[in-house]
Design a protein around this ligand. Structure first.
Ligand code: ZN
Length: 295
């Protein structure tokens, strides 16, 4: 199932995106005679599989009743609201480590973003005034579904709720000012995710997905998640050794080669007006617009 969040007028609503159309949470609540406690995808992520079955059932009922589809929202929001953690993995594809002139990591390179970094599909991201080297990074994002602590690699994916597209926007000048990358990775809006999350039943193997990035419609990144150095199951298990992962936590799993950092000088950094797209197999397309710092 594809689950998102959007704005209609003044109201935020849960979205279920099907092959045939979109159903809003309010439409599902009508079918359920008001007995529908799920207001946001986060509610659903926290509620677990039983509620997910209930929503599936309601959607089937809606389709059987011939319900009218809802229009696209006025604006898409990140599918996860206020995650406890947004963990990012750096240099997780060998050719990307090479183009960044960095060593292949022996352990996952970790950094993070914050809730304020997250924006939804079709958002316009305005770089900070002192960021002049803006870059894209198409990434698969894991959405955690169950609390897990020191989980084995073999069971790690059972704790995942689903997956979505992500763009690990990076201001390279801020990123490399110091040895810690945070200021170049965690500004407001630097974590576009969406357009929706896809539950794990629809993505049986996250280590076999084509991942493609576009800039203004032109392909700039293409790989497959099979090329990751540290797989999704490894990363969930590894992180859970010392941080308890909780429902709604996001893990950005690293980007393949093709980022602007890897270009020869003078690098064609992102400019206001650029349109970025991340398209991972089965997860739809996440579009992001680059605005100008003084808008
Ligand atoms: Zn990244």
């Amino acid at each position: 199932m594809k689950i998102g969040r959007g704005v209609y007028g003044q109201h935020e609503d849960l979205l279920v995106v099907t092959e045939d159309g979109i159903l809003r949470g309010t439409s599902l609540a009508r079918i359920a005679d008001g007995e529908f406690p799920i207001k946001t995808p986060q509610d659903l992520v926290c509620a677990g599989e039983r509620e997910l079955d209930a929503v599936n059932h309601l959607v089937a009922q809606a389709i059987a009743l011939g319900v009218d589809w809802d229009p696209e929202p006025d604006a898409w929001l990140p599918p996860v609201t206020r995650p406890d953690k947004v963990i990012c993995v750096g240099l997780n594809y060998r050719p990307h480590a090479a183009e960044s002139k960095m060593q292949i990591p022996e352990y996952p390179v970790l950094f993070n973003k914050f809730g304020t970094s997250l924006v939804g599909h079709q958002a316009t991201v305005r770089p900070p005034y002192d960021a002049h080297q803006m870059d894209y990074e198409a990434e698969l994002v894991i959405v955690m579904g169950r609390r897990c602590h020191q989980v084995a690699e073999t069971e790690a994916l059972d704790y995942v709720f689903g997956y979505c597209n992500g763009n690990d926007l990076s201001a390279r000048d801020l990123q490399f000012r110091t040895s810690q990358w945070l200021s170049g990775k965690a500004p407001d809006g630097f974590g576009p995710v969406g357009p929706y999350l896809v539950t794990r039943d629809a993505i049986p193997d996250p280590s076999r997905l084509d991942i493609v990035g576009y800039r203004n419609g032109q392909e700039v990144q293409r790989s497959n998640t099979a090329a990751m150095i540290f797989s999704c199951r490894y990363l969930v298990s590894y992180l859970s050794q010392w941080m308890t992962l909780v429902p709604g936590d996001l893990i950005f799993t690293g980007t393949p080669e093709g980022v602007l950092l890897g270009y020869p000088e003078p690098r064609p950094w992102l400019r206001a007006g650029d349109r970025l797209t991340v398209a991972i197999e089965g997860l739809g397309e996440l579009e992001t617009h680059i605005g100008s710092a003084d808008d």
